[in-house]
Design a protein around this ligand. Structure first.
Ligand code: ADP
Length: 585
């Protein structure tokens, strides 16, 4: 037999060659690892010193389909696999990293692993998350509490002949805590948690997604009781039949496989599927029928008391200053989802640390809030005097009009410090309480407030600037919705001309097909709404012109107006007679 020389290689080279998928075979001995490259890479044999290894080496090799053998050439020191499994150290890091690389998109050996599910598996209770970490979504928590009971005390339900539900669908806006809830269920029930995102199933090659679904379920059944979590279910669960590319594409096969798998297991086996989506309306009806995702749980944006609870959860690890009032922060942050609040607390803590503070103060929260809503301060952006003046008049214009409008929105701050990507100044309005409906007059008032900036520019300079483009965009959207979605126009009546297709997402609106005349009428009414708003804004500005000038001068000097000083000024803003008629429509 031809003997082959064995060259020495560094450990680093060994790892790199695994990553490059160059290795044919590996022999793990007590002190050495010998390996041979594939023929196309020269077939050379190498030897490298073995370090304290761990189970990950073996799992990486097997996952990569690299042939390997364990040779016990020293019975004393290597009783061996056990020793290897128990030992730990630096290498765990290296292999954990390799394993991670190979399981995340692409990475090593993706070709060979194509049909594997790539699910991230969190072992028993390792999600480290419990219901105490999720706040402000009490109804959803209650529903899921039951799922925990199914997993823990399955026998109780089976005995009486009840069928345990197979699937729970969490629906709600992004960042409201759907993933967190699913992890909490796994944490509370103390069962493994297999997590995958809908988009991770689908590859370019037909059949891969389906085979990943199969693999995921077989993995889950082996580990039952456990939870499978599929995030962004809409990526594979989109309704079939409205696909422009024909009927049999990759996504559909994946969905079919998912439906088959869901039928093929019994909730009583101890596998519960939890999925999340923010577009439930586009899901295939087959997914939602009883026996598949029997339960739908709404994970809503939190109300004020919910926001207080979420802020408490996230500030548990943060050293709060005495003056921090979480209730006050919760009132300011209407519309924030859990993820936004988590981000707010973290931003405040970062700011406090950057200022070398010992505790996080209310000022840090206020600054963080503005950062989150308006972007970073850009003091370096130098405006010409005339630009600054325009911006200042523009913002005071918004504030004056806003101060007179109904709806309980308080103008809390005006600033002409540039922030974020485009804002040269901003006016902050905070709701006094959570609102779930907007009345007709409030909607009109909002349009007028948005146009208050443009009106001030026009009244003062008799020239307008490009600065109002975002306001105009928003005002137009609102005016259009009033006519096409909310049925608020007298002429067209309560007819819907557009359909909001993204219940939990903005910007998924489609127009119904309408006749030319109706389309013209819609355009006319939208324009009329806008014009009326603009006119009343102009009236308010002209009626309060002196106050507008003096306030703008103060703002130019101080850059920011807020608190009592601002409220005193705004209480002096007088309403012109026409306001009443305008609000009545
Ligand atoms: P979703 O899956 O709904 O898009 P996530 O569950 O991924 O949202 O939420 C992202 C992060 O936001 C969480 O890790 C958590 O820190 C925070 N968060 C969201 N909702 C809540 C909540 N209800 N309570 C506490 N934290 C929350």
């Amino acid at each position: 037999m031809k003997t082959q020389t064995i060259s020495q290689a560094t450990y680093n080279t060994f790892i790199n060659e695994i990553r490059a998928n160059k290795i044919q075979q590996v022999t793990i001995k007590s002190r050495w690892i010998e390996y041979q490259l594939k023929a196309e890479f020269g077939g050379q044999r190498y030897r490298t010193q073995k370090h304290d290894s761990d189970e990950n080496l073996i799992s990486v090799l097997s996952r990569q389909n690299i042939e390997f053998s364990l040779v016990n050439d020293n019975s004393e020191s290597t009783n061996s696999l056990v020793a290897m499994l128990l030992s730990s150290g630096l290498l765990i890091g290296a292999f954990a990293w390799l394993a991670k690389l190979s399981t995340e998109n692409g990475g090593i050996g993706v070709g060979m692993r194509m049909g594997k599910s790539n699910a991230r598996v969190y072992k028993k209770s390792k999600t480290g998350i419990s219901f105490a970490d999720v706040a402000g979504v009490d109804e959803a928590k209650q529903e899921l509490q039951e799922v925990v009971d199914f997993l823990q005390n399955g026998a109780k339900y089976r005995q009486i002949g009840a069928k345990i539900p197979k699937g729970v669908l969490l629906v709600g806006s992004p960042g409201t805590g759907k993933t967190l809830l699913a992890k909490a269920v796994a944490g509370e029930a103390g069962v493994p948690f297999l997590s995958m995102s809908g988009s991770e199933f689908v590859e370019l090659y037909v059949g891969v997604g389906a085979s990943r679904v199969r693999d995921l379920f077989s993995q889950a059944k082996r580990q039952a009781p456990c939870i499978i979590f599929i995030d962004e279910l809409d990526a594979i669960g989109k309704s079939r039949g409205n696909n422009p590319n024909g009927g049999n594409d990759e996504r559909e096969q994946t969905l079919n496989q998912l439906l088959t798998e869901m039928d093929g297991f019994d909730g009583n086996e101890g596998v519960i599927l939890i999925a999340a989506t923010n577009r439930p309306e586009i899901l295939d009806p087959a997914l939602r029928r009883p026996g598949r995702f029997d339960r739908q749980v709404l994970v809503d944006r939190p109300d004020k008391s919910g926001r207080i609870e979420i802020l408490k959860v996230h500030s548990r690890k943060v050293v709060l200053g005495e003056n921090v009032d979480l209730t006050e922060i919760a009132s300011q942050t209407g519309g924030f989802a859990g993820a936004d609040l988590a981000n707010l607390v973290n931003e405040a803590a970062l700011l406090a640390a950057r200022n070398n503070g010992q505790t996080v103060l209310m000022t840090d929260f206020n600054e963080a809030f503005e950062r989150v809503v308006a972007g970073l301060e850009k003091r370096s952006r130098v405006l010409t005097p005339i630009e600054r003046q325009t911006v200042a008049y523009h913002e005071v214009g918004h504030a004056f009009v806003g101060a007179l409008m109904p709806g309980g929105n308080k103008v809390a701050k005006i600033s002409i410090v540039p922030r974020g990507l485009g804002a040269l100044g901003y006016t902050l309005q905070t709701p006094e309480s959570d609102r779930f409906l907007m009345l007709e007059d409030e909607l009109r008032g909002k349009i007028a407030t948005l146009l208050g900036g443009r009106a001030a520019e026009k009244a003062v300079f008799n020239k307008v600037s490009t600065g109002a483009s975002d306001d105009i965009q928003k005002a137009t959207e609102l005016a259009e919705k009033a006519v096409t979605e909310y049925g608020m126009s007298k002429d067209l009546g309560p007819v819907a001309f557009a359909k909001n297709e993204g219940q939990f997402l903005e910007g998924f609106t489609s127009r119904r097909t309408v006749g030319v005349e109706v389309a013209g009428e819609i355009d006319r009414l939208v324009k009329q709404n806008i014009e009326q708003g603009y006119e009343i804004a102009l009236k308010i500005i002209e009626f309060n012109r002196d106050l507008l000038d003096s306030t703008t001068q103060t703002l130019l000097k101080n850059e920011v107006l807020e608190g009592e000083q601002l409220q005193t000024i705004l209480s002096l803003v007088k309403a012109p007679e026409e306001l009443k008629t305008f609000l009545q429509g």
